[in-house]
Design a protein around this ligand. Sequence first.
Ligand SMILES: [Zn+2]
Length: 181
Amino acid sequence: MTDPHRPASSDDRAVPGDAPTGEDALHVRRAWELALENVEDGGRPFGCVVVEASTGEVLAEARNQVAQTGDKTAHAEVVAIRELAAEGRDTLEGCDVYVTAYPCPMCLGALYYAAPRRIVFGATREQEDEHYEDGNDLFRLRTFYDEFAKAPADRALRAVQVQPQDPTRPFRAFTARHGDA
Ligand SMILES: [Zn+2]
């Protein structure tokens, strides 16, 4: 499939709309500012901006709240998703998400559920790891994704399966009630 408006690329995953724009630079800069402001306030160095892609409207600005709240899941991306959900927006479809660094596995998973159009990030995981330590014994920032590629039995976080009687009944009950959709 050839797009005449796009220069030839060796990266076949690239799709029209992926190329960074001037607006992208402004919003990723804003996420970077939010991260710096958060550090000045005693927080962690992460910010997130959610933008409606079709209108350019900024829907949410969020800072990492882990240090402020003690909630380990209060990463900027998750904070933004929760703020928008509280306003009645239960999906990020049609949105672009701007972040200080490429999302951690938790946030990437959350973003897969929220399904934005794309992610625009400032620093790579490797750049982040070079200058920042999360302080968790189970993983390093640089290799966190490798952990997920391992077989479950080889992961640092141990998991044990204990099957109750009829373990899939909750899923069947849901599907019976709501259908497959
Ligand atoms: Zn995260």
